[in-house]
Structure formats: C-alpha cells, structure tokens
Design a protein around this ligand. Sequence first.
Ligand code: MSP
Length: 532
Amino acid sequence: MSESKAFYLTTPIYYVNDAPHIGHAYTTAAGDVATRWHRQRGESVWFLTGTDEHGQKIMRTAEANGVSPQQWADQLVESSWLPVLDVIDAVNDDFIRTTELRHTERVQRFLAGLKERGDIYEGSYEGPYCVGCEEFKLPGDLADGTGEYEGQKVCPSHGRPVETVSETNWFFRLSAYADRLIAHYEANPLAVAPTSAYNEVMSFLRGEVQDLSISRSTFDWGIPVPWDPAQVVYVWFDALLNYATAVGLGDEPGSAGAEKFATTWPANVHLVGKDILRFHAIIWPAMLMAGELALPHQVFAHGWLLVGGEKMSKSKLTGIAPSQIVDHFGSDAFRYYFLRAIQFGADGSFSWEDMSARYTAELANGLGNLASRAPAMVNKYRDGLLPAAGPSADAELALQALLASVASVADESMLRLDFAGALAAMKSFVDAVNLYVTEQEPWVLAKDPANDERLSTVLYTICEALRAIAVLHHAFMPKATTSLWDQLGAEAALGPIGSQNVTDVGRWGQLSEGAVITKGAILFPRLEETAG
Ligand code: MSP
C-alpha cells in the first residue's frame, strides 16, 4: 500500500564540535512549528534533523579533548543534541547521525554511482581551506586579518587564518551543472527563498563555477571513498546526502527504504542558515542532478541571531544555551518569541529586555489574560458550563468575519514560512477579542437577569474565539494551547487539539453548549511571579 507524498522538511545537521546554542535551536524550532502546522492541515509530514559528525573540525576538537572522534560525537549527541529537542519541545520524526551505518553505506553507494556515470575524476587541489566552515575557499572569499592575524588572509566568518591544502583528490564535475541549475532556478523562482538568497545563488551561478574536490587524503575521520580507501569523503558531500540517506536513498526496489524514499523524496523544504546557502542551493542540487534524482522544492535561508551585531557563535563566546532562556520563559515563549520578533529570512538581535517586554505584553497580558478571564466568567455566571449563544449582534459578526480572514492570512503566511506574518495576524484577533470583552462588559450584563441571553452570547463568543486562538497558536505553543484546550473542555466534542485542522479553524460555532469549562493553570505566569 503506498501512502501519498509526505510534506518533508529538514533542518541542517549540526556539527557536534560543541553543544547547541539558540542559533541552532532557532532553526529547529522553526522547522518544528512549520511541520506541526502542516500536520494540522491534515498532511502526512516527515521532519528530519540530526548531526554532522565527520571532518577535521570534529576530529580536532576530539583530539584536543583526548578522546576519539566517535566517543566525542556519541557523548555530545547524548548529552546535548538529543536533549535540546525536548528543551524546545520539538517533535522530529527522525534524527540522523552521519556516523550511522544507514548513512555511510548509502553515501558510498551513491558516490560509486556518480563515478560510474563519469561525474567524478581524479585531480589535484591546491588552495585555501577554512576548517571552521569546512570549506574550500577562493582567494576572493578571504578577508585581510587584523590584530594578531595582521598580514594574513582570514576567513570572514571565523576571523581566523585559512589553511593551505595541497592534495591529490577526487573531484565532482560541479561546473558541468551550472547551466542546468540556472535554467532550473529561472523556471522555479521560489526554489530558493527569500529573494535575497535567490539573487545570491543566481549571481554565484552566473560567475565561474568550479569543480569541487570531494575527498580528503590527509586525515581519516570520514567515510572511506569506496574505490580508494586511502581517502575519505569531503564532509559536506557526506553531510548533504543525509537528507536522502535518511529516507532510503538508493535502496533496492521493493524494500522498505525504497518505499520510504518514494513517499518522502524530494524534500519540500530544506531550512538552512544563510551561511550555508550555497552548499544547499548549488552543490546539493547538482549532486542530485548527477544522481538523476528529483530536486527539493525549496531551500529557505533564514538570517542569523546576532549578539552585539555579530553572528552568535560558541567560538566567539557569544553562544547562549537554549535552556538558559527556556528555564526562565518556558519553551512556548522561546518558540513564539524568535519567530514573532524576527522576520524569518532576516537577521535579528536577541536581548533579554526585548524578550521580557514581548512576553509580558503579548503572552502574559494579551493571550494569557484573555485565556484566564473566560473560564473565570463562565464559572461565575454559568456554573462552568458553556451556554448556547443567542443571536449574533454586529460585535459578534465582526469577530467572526475577522477570524475568517485571520485564519486565511495565517495559513497563507505559514505556507510561505512567514511566521511573523502569521503571528501578527493571530495577534490582531487576540487583541480584537480582548477589546470585545472590554466593550461588552459581561460583568455589567450579569447584574440584570433581563440580559441573560445577551450574557450567554458574549460568554459563548469569548470561549469560541479562544477555541480558534488555541488551534491557531498550537504549532507555535503546544503546551499552553493544550492546557487552554483542556480548560475549554473542547476535547470531548472536538478531539485532541493536535488534530484540529487549521484550514477549518475559521468556521464559527464548533464548541458545543454544555462544554465543561474549568479554570486551569495560568498559561504565562508573570515574570515577577517566577523570579526567585
Ligand atoms: N554541519 C553544517 C550543516 C550541514 S547540513 C547538510 C553546519 N552546522 S552548524 O552547526 O555550524 O550550523 C548549522 C545551522 O545552525 C546553520 O545553518 C543555522 O541554521 C544554525 N545556526 C548556527 N548559528 C546560528 C546563528 N547565530 N543564528 C541563526 N542560526 C544559526 O553548518
């Protein structure tokens, strides 16, 4: 039985030379929110993340710590990279490590196929290499060093001198694919996003694209080249293949791997930081073309989290661990904040002040306050049972119309990975509902039994609006919205929140009369209450 094609989204696989910081968690959180949203559209989804464990960078870190690279990787994956997924509440379907046999075997088989097809040849490489980037550089890529590196050429990302590599290696005929790549991107302008990333890729492709050395002979921490075991596969060539090896690349027809590949490949979205755009939008699709495989629908390059105006990085000692933020604000607020405050695709600065301000204004006071008022009023005025609504007046009709438009803007934004656009639309609805409560003054209506039906309508409207708010925010804030769902007593009639379809969220009237509304825990405690 073959399933329909899954919505397949990947994060980069992260280097295990160090523990994750919030820059890494940012990409994974974005991927998790996007895939949860697609699940709530009723799609079959596959969400892959993992770790990149070969190459000189990891090898040297392990050496400096007196352990083997495998021990180093094992220890870091167990102690840091797997746990961070729980810290940020990410639910990935698979986690691939490039040292796993399922990966190394498939890489070797793919490489052997390229060699047979004539896309690989032996040559000699001489030129600069940055171990921090694990990248062969062109002289034009380098910057002039300053301070202790005055007079030397340095990598602009790492600020440290490059090394000169001079080796006989195996080369991939990347240059042969430049024209096909240009044609592909001209025909598919959304295949690289945002536009700034698309333009960067096109201008690179229109320049001089050179063949790529895809093996190294001076160290052994990597996958052996199948026909030349004295060489190991260049770490990026190995790493990029994870997206396909993890879903069964090249497996025997009829096998489970082949079936998985058929229902998963090509990827819908490769999420990457803009630092690794060229690998993903030039080398990777050329490899796929050479292997006669379908190309991913989109590579989306997001911006950097900056600290003091520079890309946050552990090596520059500006890395903040995700748990430092999550311990203070919770995982929901972590996920919400970075996707709300920074336009996905642009750089953004993190500051505790900005995060605290938004947390207080938008989560504790905005959404959180609304969510706690509604159950309190239903308890007070209707013994905790949701009343049926009477006829809708203009105020209710306006809210219903706003919800319908917010729901469609949110969905359309999410499909473009415009998280901030979706959240802004959702916030406009939360604000409108808060205003509705203030204007309708249910506590005044409650004073006169003549207003009984009107009060029921207002209470129903607030709760039904909260139903939609919970469903819309669920991908961003799974914990708080699940608690809100419980408080609304919604599961009995509607099923679990995760199965609520976001394309149906704007249909008014889904909560039923008699639902048991309970006062639960505060969704977003005020910061002063959590301090100390
Ligand atoms: N191992 C490679 C990727 C191989 S994918 C086939 C790599 N790893 S990395 O750990 O250095 O970085 C991976 C990703 O982490 C970046 O592309 C980006 O998505 C994220 N980030 C790392 N630092 C970041 C910031 N300061 N800001 C935002 N994202 C950052 O490159």
